[in-house]
Design a protein around this ligand. Structure first.
Ligand SMILES: [Zn+2]
Ligand SMILES: [Zn+2]
Ligand SMILES: [Zn+2]
Length: 125
């Protein structure tokens, strides 16, 4: 992978805002403080590359735009605050048994799952 300047700017923002999810627009606004000439299309392009490399995870929103964040490696899920956008990674996963049961019942070979729990963090309640 090439470490282009726009990519480095996007990565720097993702690292700085690790505990939050950011829209492409948010990222673009912040990244311009590092790389003033960066365009929104470039931000999108870099995000999709980073996503395909597994560096960035996309959390789809109930309404509107996708949110991006830097993710840990390894299997995990997310707790997302609908008020402030805080994200907590959950390493526990109780879905293996359900997964096996559904796979037997429906004849599916289940390859992956993702779970996002949404609600209000202590500060936003
Ligand atoms: Zn994650
Ligand atoms: Zn919150
Ligand atoms: Zn899981």
């Amino acid at each position: 992978m090439r470490a282009t300047r726009p990519r480095m700017a996007v990565m720097a923002i993702l690292q700085r805002e690790r505990g939050r999810q950011l829209s492409a627009q948010d990222l673009h606004r912040e990244a311009r403080s590092i790389e003033p000439s960066i365009g929104l299309a470039t931000v999108y392009r870099n995000l999709s590359t980073l996503e395909s490399e597994g560096v960035v995870e996309v959390i789809s929103q109930e309404a509107g735009e996708a949110a991006y964040r830097l993710c840990s490696q390894g299997h995990h899920h997310h707790l997302v605050c609908t008020g402030c956008g805080a994200v907590i990674e959950i390493e526990e996963c109780d879905l293996e048994a359900l997964s096996r049961r559904m796979s037997r019942r429906h004849g599916f070979r289940i390859e992956q799952h993702d779970v996002t729990l949404r609600g209000r963090c202590p500060r936003c309640r």
